[in-house]
Design a binder for this molecule. Structure first.
Ligand code: ADP
Length: 264
């Protein structure tokens, strides 16, 4: 009748009777498995650029030693690989920090519209380089929320960067912020920030798993664009800390809309 897969039994013999107390340790076993999977993923993600670096070092020592053009090309690839490792370590540290702070309520009073405006100013050069038209609709004016400004900046940076990255050259990314007195999802005053792109969209089978660490809908494209596979996992933890919600709607061939809903 027991539904759990893993049991710890503690036995005792008293006056000829045997008593065994079982404890369900399924959740401990699952946590252990998740930790092992995570370590395996991190090792794999780090080893890939490291192997490339080691290969190029050997080539520079040997065949490419006297070929200036090849040397320059290989050094550029090595720089890209080192940057990839650096981004991965940076994202791992961010994930660690946001996870450890998840139970601490943020207390800062801030204007979310202003925060979005300054976040988008920082991202404009990236959009221009990708030939993406980035717009922000701020018609609702300043909107006050209680939160952690650094973390919320990170949420919108990750979502807008993804929209630019995956939306593709020549596309557009539209950001909207809207407050309401009674949000259906939050059952009270809330604010919604929507980040919409007109990219290739995401197949519905991937949507439920998108915020898992290292989960990628299109692994090849993510790696090609320098993704770490941790951006949405970081977003999820920060939104949880703010008692908010993250929604994704996507239509293949039409684009994706990521919505962050925060209580006010
Ligand atoms: P990554 O570093 O790979 O971008 P994320 O955690 O930020 O990792 O995103 C997870 C995956 O979700 C990405 O690899 C990509 O396949 C998919 N994804 C995220 N945002 C978008 C988007 N706007 N359009 C299409 N796919 C997206």
């Amino acid at each position: 009748e027991l539904q759990c897969r893993y049991m710890n039994g503690v036995g005792a013999v008293e006056g000829g009777a045997v008593m065994v107390v079982f404890q369900d340790v399924t959740h401990l076993e699952q946590a252990g498995q998740m930790r092992r999977d995570f370590v395996a993923n991190v090792s794999h993600e780090l080893r890939t650029p490291l192997t490339a670096l080691m290969g190029f070092i050997e080539t520079l020592r040997g065949p490419a030693r006297d070929d200036a053009a090849a040397r320059e090309r290989f050094l550029q690839i090595m720089t890209d690989e080192a940057n990839r490792m650096n981004r991965l370590v940076g994202d791992l540290l961010s994930l660690n920090r946001v996870e450890s702070e998840e139970r601490v309520r943020p207390r800062e009073q801030l204007d979310l519209t202003g925060l979005l405006q300054s976040t988008l100013t920082t991202l404009r050069p990236l959009a221009e380089a990708a030939n993406v038209d980035l717009t922000l609709d701020t018609s609702s004016g300043p909107i006050s929320v209680t939160g952690d400004s650094d973390q919320l900046r990170q949420v919108f940076t990750n979502l807008v960067e993804n929209a630019i990255k995956y939306g593709g050259s020549g596309g557009s990314v539209d950001v909207r912020i809207q407050a309401s007195e009674r949000d259906t999802a939050m059952r009270g005053p809330a604010v919604r920030v929507q980040i919409a792109d007109k990219g290739p969209g995401i197949d519905a089978v991937h949507l439920p798993r998108l915020t898992e660490r290292f989960y990628r809908a299109d692994s090849h494209r993510s790696r090609e664009l320098g993704g770490t596979g941790l951006g949405l996992a970081i977003v999820k933890h920060i939104v949880n800390r703010h008692r908010g919600r993250l929604r994704v709607e996507s239509t293949l061939g039409k684009g994706s809309v990521f919505t962050v809903i925060l209580p006010r």
